[in-house]
Design a protein around this ligand. Structure first.
Ligand SMILES: Cc1ncc(C[n+]2csc(CCOP(=O)(O)OP(=O)(O)O)c2C)c(N)n1
Ligand SMILES: [Mg+2]
Length: 353
């Protein structure tokens, strides 16, 4: 990690040290800490399996969320999951696997997308990794063009505002994409006086846009400063610390649910396997949130030597078995390209209109 990146990551809100000092006991219930560790490991193992599938030549492309578990897992745990405006809508980007794992997505679902099988319920095997879609959980389809989710999110947030529903809208994305107009549109539309929207806007700042470093691209001190200009409540947090993320996200959710106004979070975190398979998908020497969280839990007496290793082994065997069974599942047919293109029309085939 570069010196300036370390400096930027230190310039966040509550630090782990502060959380620990202020609490004589554990900062969160033991069961919750264990659950977060479990889901973080499950998500990491899943992503590492996807990378292995790619490297074995059984898939065409990988992009995903290893390094974002400390942020994504608490986010998924705090969501009011369900269908319709009284539940939360999620407009995720391609690093959203930890959030979906925390919401209950089985490992095999993600492997089906990765291996382009017709059994993949998100895309019918017609999109690439981590392009999730779960209508039953209000998870709208992940888009390959970056940042468009920020302008799409205004739609569900506006509907929830207009109908005074109980649910809120959550939108996530990367730091580099904030250069695009959709991000600015989201800030404008979510903060208009008298028409503020119930939306959690997050940016997972890993300090990279593919191979372009953050430092040379931003005039603002932090991305969160842009939200402040619109009078949107905002926070810069250490996205590598699951305890801090849980507390800060909990605060943000409570604020939005009560006030029906926007909240902005910039989470500074790691990108552990580079951008995608296009950059090699090799392990990078950046801060590892699972390693540090396990060490903390060991020191606090919550887990013992060997516990984390057993978790990794258990999920690795589940993921390997899933891959083996998906191998025997059918690929989509060429004619399947017309399926599910437009909602509720007879066949979505424009040639027949
Ligand atoms: C509109 C658009 N422009 C360019 C791309 C190519 N592209 C894919 S990911 C990416 C970088 C995104 O960086 P950031 O927003 O920081 O997210 P990260 O991948 O770092 O999580 C780019 C430029 C794209 N998919 N869509
Ligand atoms: Mg980035």
């Amino acid at each position: 990690m570069s010196g300036s990146k370390k400096k930027l990551q230190n310039r966040t809100g509550t630090s782990r040290a502060a959380v620990k000092k202020s609490a004589s006991a554990l900062p969160l219930p033991k069961d919750l800490l264990l659950k977060m560790l479990d889901l973080m490991v499950k998500s990491r193992v899943l992503e590492e399996r996807l990378i292995k599938i790619y490297k074995a030549g059984e898939a065409y492309f990988w992009i995903g969320g290893p390094g974002e578990e400390a942020f994504g897992v608490p986010l998924g745990l705090l969501v009011n999951k369900g269908r319709g405006h009284d539940h939360d809508y999620l407009h995720l980007h391609y690093r959203g696997s930890p959030t979906l794992v925390a919401m209950g997505m089985p490992i095999i679902d993600s492997i089906r997308i990765m291996m382009n099988r017709a059994t993949d319920t998100s895309t019918g095997g017609r999109n690439f990794s981590n392009h999730f879609c779960y209508p039953e959980w209000n998870v709208v389809p992940v888009s390959s063009p970056i940042e468009v989710q920020y302008s799409q999110a205004i739609g569900t947030a506006w509907a929830q505002h207009r109908e005074r529903s109980k649910g809120i809208t959550i939108v996530t994305g990367g730091d580099a994409g904030t250069a695009e107009g959709d991000f600015a549109s989201c800030l404008v539309w979510s903060s208009r006086k008298g028409h503020e929207l119930p939306i959690l806007i997050t940016v997972q700042n890993n300090f990279w846009g593919i191979s372009t470093a953050y430092e040379g691209q931003h005039g603002e001190t932090s991305i969160a400063d842009r939200a402040r200009a619109f009078n949107i409540e905002s926070a810069v947090i250490n996205g590598n610390d699951p305890v801090e993320c849980y507390f800060r996200l909990q605060e943000a959710f409570a604020y939005i649910r009560k006030n029906r106004k926007p909240y902005f979070i910039e989470a500074r975190l790691s990108r552990l396997y580079g951008h995608s398979s296009a950059s090699g998908a090799n392990r990078i020497d950046e801060f590892d949130c699972i390693k540090s969280f396990s060490e903390y839990l060991k020191k606090s007496g919550v887990i013992r030597d060997g516990d984390v290793e057993s978790l990794f082994a258990r999920y690795e065997s589940e993921a390997r078995e899933a891959q083996e069974s998906v191998r025997h599942e059918p690929a989509p047919e060429a004619s399947d390209i017309w399926k599910h293109v437009y909602a509720n029309n007879e066949n979505a085939d424009w040639r027949k209109f």
